[in-house]
Design a protein around this ligand. Sequence first.
Ligand SMILES: NC(=O)c1ccc[n+]([C@@H]2O[C@H](COP(=O)([O-])OP(=O)(O)OC[C@H]3O[C@@H](n4cnc5c(N)ncnc54)[C@H](O)[C@@H]3O)[C@@H](O)[C@H]2O)c1
Length: 373
Amino acid sequence: MPAGTRSLTDQDLRTALGQRTILVTGGAGFIGSAVCRLLRDLTACRIVNLDKLGYASSPAALEPLTREPRYAFEQTDLCDRAALADIFQRHRPDAVIHLAAESHVDRSIDGPQAFIMSNIVGTFNLLEACRAHMASLSEPAAFRLVHVSTDEVYGSLEDGGRFTEQSRYDPRSPYSASKAASDHLAAAWRHTFGVPTLITNCGNNYGPFQFPEKLIPTLIIRALKGQDLPIYGGGTNVRDWIHVEDHARALLGVLAFGSLGSKYLIGAEEQHRNLDLAHMICDLVDGMVPRNQASRSLITHVPDRPGHDHRYAIDSSKVRTEIGWAPQRSLAEGLESTVRWYIDHKDWWEDIFRSGRYGGERLGLNQRQVAGT
Ligand SMILES: NC(=O)c1ccc[n+]([C@@H]2O[C@H](COP(=O)([O-])OP(=O)(O)OC[C@H]3O[C@@H](n4cnc5c(N)ncnc54)[C@H](O)[C@@H]3O)[C@@H](O)[C@H]2O)c1
């Protein structure tokens, strides 16, 4: 597909990915499971899902795959190097899409160590496993590793400008610092050892099966329950939102057509203040589940997150021009289907609360912050 001449089609992906064996790390998580489902729906690839099954994993999101002969699940922690080597030897992947990570900023404030272990040590172990695996391949140059990262590595924007592939790294939370470190490892393993990595940095995802601790599910679920809707600070922080299925499609596009060693910023041009997003969600919930009290009246401003980045905005022209990718839905459309999904899948989120994996409490208040800092 010549760069910039046409848009990425399902057929392009099917043809380019053929019957490759693709190892998806973190495939039981929110975005990873969307990637596995898309690989199943669009391609003839073999899918190997490696996930430790942490608190945010959702086996239910993989239900459509479990009966597929071309799908395999490996419950493994990236910190277990011997298990990783064994998985590479048994499945012999042609490509890896690396999503496994601790992913919630607020949890990284309460307990950064897990982020260092999974996001940095885990990525190091994976890169080393890829390096050893490539040495055993007859065509190592065809191997690919797509390292999936976040726009948060670039820090916080003031009211103008957007992040580009040239933006300077400036992570500010333990989460974004650990992701930035993993991006640097992925780039270094390409330069030094020739591991064929591509790096993607994406904005805030939303959609089905997102764990209830994240902003959009929190607002939907609490509005449905008639509970107060906590908004950090004044709600003026701006995030660049993308539907998870649009992100998953971009990742397959980068795997199939990305230029080696490149990085791609992925965004849907949907930058909104948190307060405006909350209003959109309230109005959707009220439209679908009419009640006496307007959900907007439940909005409550709570103390801000420590070190809260003000604004993220992504310039995604490179992935659009080179790969031909574009999002397939607007935020208004994506939010409507997402609110509907949470209404229709009450059992899924109620089970998370019942199981004690998350109780709906506020996280990341930095209780142990040193006085005066
Ligand atoms: N959610 C977003 O808005 C967003 C935006 C941009 C980039 N990302 C990146 O995308 C990736 C996936 O994010 P998500 O929102 O799906 O996260 P998630 O928390 O829903 O899922 C992460 C999955 O990784 C697994 N995992 C974590 N540590 C592991 C380890 N050491 N070994 C094996 N498995 C492990 C977990 O069990 C979980 O199933 C992350 O790398 C994240 O940094 C997320």
